[in-house]
Write a protein that binds this ligand. Sequence first.
Ligand code: AMP
Length: 366
Amino acid sequence: MLGAGQLGRMLALAGIPLGYEFVFVDPSPRAPAATVGEQIVCGYDDPLGREALAGCQVVTYEFESVPVEAADALAQRVPVFPPPLALRVAQDRLAEKSCFRLLGISSAPFLAVDSLEDLTSAALSLGLPAVLKTRRLGYDGKGQFVLKRAEDVATAWAAVGQAPSILEGFVHFERELSLVAVRGQDGEISFYPLVENQHRHGILRKTICPAPGLTFDLQCAAETYAVRLLEHLNYVGVLALELFEKNGMLVANEIAPRVHNSGHHSIEGTRTSQFENHLRAILGLPLGNTSPLSHSCMLNLVGTLPERAAVLAVPDAHLHLYGKSARPGRKVGHITVRGESEAELAARVAALEAVPGVCDDATPAR
Ligand code: AMP
């Protein structure tokens, strides 16, 4: 696996019972997955790591900023899933939004911005507010600036470091949703229910599954978009599609070509977790049932570690710590909690949120 963060750790925790062993390549020493497999501490394109991975049955990634060239080089020697093309598209917001447009997937209007002049004319043509986003290496709201007035163009251009960017029309959405989908090597596709995601300071804090008030039509609309993407990319593995909901319609924001934070609830909340299903897909095995077992909620632990006993005292709560030290803004673990009804779930979530450290806001405002 390219990357040895918490996603790699949870993938291995799902794959070990199936009899698999894992090798991770990641430049950070003692990364979260190092306790569940062999970690080779080197860069993603280092020959040392490449040789080790080339000897594996299959290669995947748990981190979408791996150099596409490293994935391409490996794909000459060993099956690499998801296909490096998916990485290429997801790493560049212009390619990603163009792919949505090509496939008839509704997204915010956008224009490429390579200079202050481009930004000025894009702001005029899209209207304000609008969001300037760097094409590459933006995540959790980093590399973004919301322009509210025409005078903001110079500040916005400086804020993104004058990097190649896109300007997107601002979507006045009601809520953020995501769809986690999985496609097998034989083209079989399964979906988890649409989930509602709540962020603070640009970082995902809470996911509710299924999204409250989810309708059959909304689920179908999201699945239709995902099928187009999965088939266009000849995708194998788990893919997450992040969406905005506005007036009952879906507007696509971005894709993640990997297991996704908004799918963590699936470990205890569904019949087969996104981690196991990703492995089943890339290994050419039958996909597992994605049905929810009950209502569930995932709470991210950001910057602080709560006391274990206080979390586990809440009925049907499950704690996942990633073996990372606490630092402001850092995802150090998550909690999944289930309830037989939305009301029971809400009461349990409230009990968890009252535990010191669960939703303390150690994240500095940006
Ligand atoms: P992203 O890095 O694209 O996932 O954006 C981070 C967050 O910024 C999203 O989760 C939204 O809350 C917000 N956001 C991104 N794009 C837009 C947009 N076009 N209109 C309104 N809000 C947005």
